[in-house]
Design a protein around this ligand. Structure first.
Ligand SMILES: *Cc1c(COP(=O)(O)O)cnc(C)c1O
Length: 356
């Protein structure tokens, strides 16, 4: 039976990237060695690393003055690396979910952390609006896509201070005006690569302004100077990321994939909104994530949740279970998810609904 992979992360990757990676596991770039056993100092890996950085810049149209870094440690390591490098006195955070909250917590170790607004009062089912960003903050941190709760900031906001964004789960899902940000980061395991790779896009001029001493590995300038080769980078994950980016370029880049992403999400939200059994957890379409569609059974059908879960699994749906903080269901529709899988889930929901 065909499996439809709705996992939230690690998650679906393009078949092209998987096939190329399988090939490279056997023979990487004609070296006669596996990608798993080559030296990161070899000329082939060096070339691959530089090609991946260049394509990353090309696809997101990253302006001059910014650098792309490939690091380890996950987005969670960036939660403290960012204040280490950027927080002198005060940082501002928009708390839109569990990841944003974790990021904000780390900033407190380095100075004053101001929560500018939070949507925790309604279990993070909306994006706060009408707040003002303090002009005396060293930076303002946002999480553009809230993977767990299914909300998303789908535009690039203006900020009077350096804007920092966790884009773990929506990077490459739409064009981004990088010039509005000082730093963008994320774990690559949602929309780009297998686990192990963390990407950082940083504007060079925002660095070197804090007075505290920093461990070498934490200082972004260490990785800028060495093109992310100060220590051993996640070679394998960078290889797959490069293949995913080649696939994306081939199908027209981020503007093209954005169109598909909007269509895929619209299909599924329309199905949920017109349903007798299901209801979306995020009421305002403006705030709904295109990447992670969260929904539950209406209160009067709550007892059917387990039954639908089993029914969907039986039809080849994988990972449709909601995060434990939300319950219900979550269908992640990352770039590599074909419309065919969205249609299969919709058919499954219709069939279940007809039977109840
Ligand atoms: C998954 C996720 C993280 C955590 O990433 P790790 O790489 O596991 O540390 C952080 N932020 C967001 C928005 C995520 O989706």
């Amino acid at each position: 039976m065909k499996k439809h992979n709705f996992n939230a992360g690690p998650s679906i990757l393009p078949q092209y990237a998987i096939d190329q990676t399988a090939e490279a596991v056997k023979n990487f770039s004609g070296t006669g060695l596996s990608i798993l056993e080559v030296s990161h100092r070899s000329k082939e890996v060096d070339a691959m690393n530089l090609e991946a950085m260049a394509l990353f810049k090309e696809l997101l149209d990253i302006p001059e003055g910014y650098r792309v870094l490939f690091l380890g440690g996950g987005a969670s390591t960036q939660f403290f690396t960012i204040p280490y490098n950027l927080l002198e006195t005060k940082a501002a955070y928009l708390v839109t979910g569990a990841w944003a909250k974790k990021a904000a917590k780390e900033a407190k170790l380095f100075g004053t952390m101001e929560v500018v607004a939070t949507s925790e009062d309604k279990n993070f089912t909306y994006i706060p609006k009408g707040y003002s960003i303090p002009e005396d903050a060293d930076y303002f941190h946002i999480t553009t896509n809230n993977t767990i709760f299914g909300t998303e900031i789908k535009y690039d906001m203006d900020s009077p201070v350096t804007l920092v964004a966790d884009m773990s789960s929506d990077i490459f899902s739409r064009p981004v005006d990088v010039s509005k940000y000082g730093l963008i980061y994320g774990g690559a395991q949602k929309n780009l690569a297998p686990a192990g790779l963390t990407f950082v896009i940083v504007k060079e001029e925002i660095l070197g302004k804090v007075s505290r001493p920093m461990p070498t590995m934490v200082d972004y300038r260490t990785h800028i100077k060495s093109d992310s080769m100060f220590n051993t980078p996640p070679v394998f994950a960078i290889f797959t990321a490069l293949q995913t980016m080649k696939w994306l370029k081939e199908l027209g880049g981020v503007a093209a994939i954005q169109k598909t992403n909007i269509e895929k999400a619209k299909h599924l939200y329309d199905q949920i909104d017109g349903s007798k059994l299901f209801v979306a957890t995020v009421p305002d379409p403006e705030d709904r994530s295109l990447m992670n569609v969260c929904f539950v059974m209406k209160p009067e059908y709550k007892e059917l949740e387990g039954e639908f879960q089993t029914f969907a699994s039986g039809k080849g749906m994988v990972g449709v279970k909601g995060h434990r903080d939300v319950g219900g269901f979550r269908a992640s529709l990352y770039n590599a998810m074909p419309m065919e899988s969205v249609d299969a889930l919709i058919a499954c929901m219709r069939e279940f609904e007809a039977a109840h």
